[in-house]
Design a binder for this molecule. Structure first.
Ligand code: NAI
Length: 481
């Protein structure tokens, strides 16, 4: 079996944590019980690009239990939990000497070159076959297939010297190398792919953009906008893992500090609530008047970053946008202010600007924690800021991401979406879809018992008064929760 992980000897530790997580992931375990015999994913070759954590291990092994063959990479260079990667590669029935699990290509602390190499490995099967399904988080696997096909059609990969960022340069180099190895690899892969299921807001934006341009090659299910995903993982997940990341990275007392959360969408709402829960004085920045009004009514001060830069002890970006904190703003932050991003990509904070020669001096404190010091003047020493995870999602870089129970909701949606696209291709012409509401309600239902939740049942009269079936769905598609 081909795979690449940091250290297979961590597999036992990983397996124990996977077993603990299974108990906390009732939705995924219900999928195994329901579909383990019929195996609706038989014949599916799933290329997964999603943070290689313990929770993801339970997702991977659920896909396998449903009949899929799977290959996996992480969707971030810092988010892999090496014991989870080792346990998945060894598999429940393998040994360290004879791994018999799923080919995983992921380790914590990949270089960008390694990251894109790993992403390529998940699309190619050793027997000359290719993936026929993608499970994506942020859209990098989908992007690679689209860029690969473009390059193949043009007969030439993009020139790395025309790249506008280091990462783009790396991708162009990967494409150049792949064109040297084969002239029809990406044509074959893109023809095989039946569809992609996308996990996060940023990846979903990319899919809708491709759909609008007419360049999308295969159907996609937007898992993010299942209510049981974005209103739970993005909000309650970040409410848990933001604080975890700040604590593990800095151990600074959050109570009494001024914390700025940029963006008051689902992620920002969870972040703001958790910082307030720790006693921080939270300020929100927003560009959308509706979200700004929500933040104000939830009791937060809403201001511009520029206005509050001088008093902020902690600044967290949660927008999915770029250039939200500029390097000039970083240089004017308080001494030892903490700066972190929980949005998907590392361009929310201008890391390229910060890393440019002569701008600031970097001192690494420990993995994924750096102090950057700006030059001072004769009468004023330079200030320093603490930057988490090099501007990449700090809840996965500095901590272990969201806990199992909330990820069970997200990943049950992923499994249902994979089954939909793989088993009913005729119902999904190229386009971007969300799962039907009855499945969304089903995902929630699967998580009630373990929290001791007792649902009230509609009577027939009440149901007809509301105009909904007794068994649901209960809300229109426009309902916002
Ligand atoms: P969202 O669209 O619900 O919220 C983003 C908010 O940022 C919007 O309200 C928007 O108006 C605001 N915004 C945009 N530009 C801004 C600017 N310049 N200044 C201030 N506010 C601005 O998106 P969601 O679901 O909250 O996701 C945000 C990011 O987090 C995405 O990149 C998503 O992929 C990522 N994400 C990360 C997770 C993690 O575990 N780290 C989990 C889920 C999502």
């Amino acid at each position: 079996m081909d795979f690449k992980v940091a250290d297979l000897s961590l597999a036992d530790f990983g397996r124990t944590e996977i077993q603990l997580a299974e108990h906390e992931m009732p939705g995924l375990m219900a999928m195994r019980a329901r579909y383990g015999d019929s195996k609706p994913l038989s014949g599916a070759r799933v290329a997964g690009s999603l943070h290689m954590t313990i929770q993801t291990a339970v997702l991977i092994e659920t896909l396998v239990a449903l009949g899929a063959e799977v290959r996996w990479a992480s969707c971030n260079i810092f988010s892999t939990q090496d014991h989870a990667a080792a346990a998945v590669a060894v598999g429940p029935n393998g040994t360290v000497d004879a791994p018999a699990g799923v080919p995983v290509f992921a380790w914590k602390g990949e270089t960008l070159e390694e990251y894109w190499w790993c992403t390529q490995q998940i699309l190619m099967w050793p027997d000359g076959k290719f993936a026929n399904m993608i499970l994506d988080d942020g859209g990098d696997a989908t992007l690679l297939v689209h860029l690969g096909l473009d390059a193949e059609k043009a007969g030439v990969a993009p020139d790395p010297t025309t790249a506008t960022s280091h990462e783009q340069k790396v991708i162009f180099a990967v494409l150049n190398a792949s064109l040297g190895e084969s002239t029809d690899r990406w044509t074959k892969i893109s023809a095989e792919i039946k569809g992609v299921t996308e996990e996060t807001t940023t990846g979903v934006h990319r899919l809708y953009d491709m759909m609008k341009e007419g360049s999308l090659l295969f159907p996609a299910i937007n898992v993010n906008d299942s209510v049981t995903k974005s209103k739970f993982d993005n909000k309650y997940g970040c409410r848990h893992s933001l604080i975890d990341g700040i604590n593990r990275a800095t151990d600074v007392l959050i109570g009494g500090k001024v914390a700025v959360v940029c963006g008051y969408g689902d992620v920002g709402k969870g972040c703001a609530e958790s910082l307030r829960g720790q006693g921080a004085r939270v300020i929100v920045t927003e560009i959308d008047p509706i979200c700004a009004l929500q933040a104000a009514m939830d009791g937060y001060q809403v201001d511009t970053l520029e206005n509050v830069l001088g008093i902020a002890d902690i600044v967290i970006t949660a927008t999915g946008n770029k250039d939200v904190v500029t390097v000039d703003q970083m240089s004017r932050m308080k001494h030892q202010a903490i700066l972190g991003n929980i949005g998907h990509f590392d361009n929310e904070i201008d890391m390229a600007g910060l890393e440019a020669p002569g701008v600031a001096e970097r001192k690494n404190v420990k993995p994924q924690v750096d102090v950057w010091t700006f030059p001072g003047t004769d009468d004023k020493p330079g200030t320093s800021i603490i930057v988490l995870s090099e501007g990449r999602l700090m809840n996965l870089g500095n901590a272990t991401g969201h806990p199992s129970f909330v990820m069970s909701n997200s990943f049950t949606n992923q499994v249902l979406a994979q089954i939909e696209l793989f088993t009913k291709p005729e119902e999904y012409p190229v386009g971007v879809y969300v799962l039907p509401k009855h499945l969304d309600e089903e995902v929630a239902r699967l998580h009630l018992d373990s929290l001791g939740v007792k649902l009230t049942e509609l009577t027939d009269t009440q149901a007809s008064y509301l105009g909904v079936p007794v068994e649901g769905p209960y809300k229109s598609d426009e309902y916002r929760y």
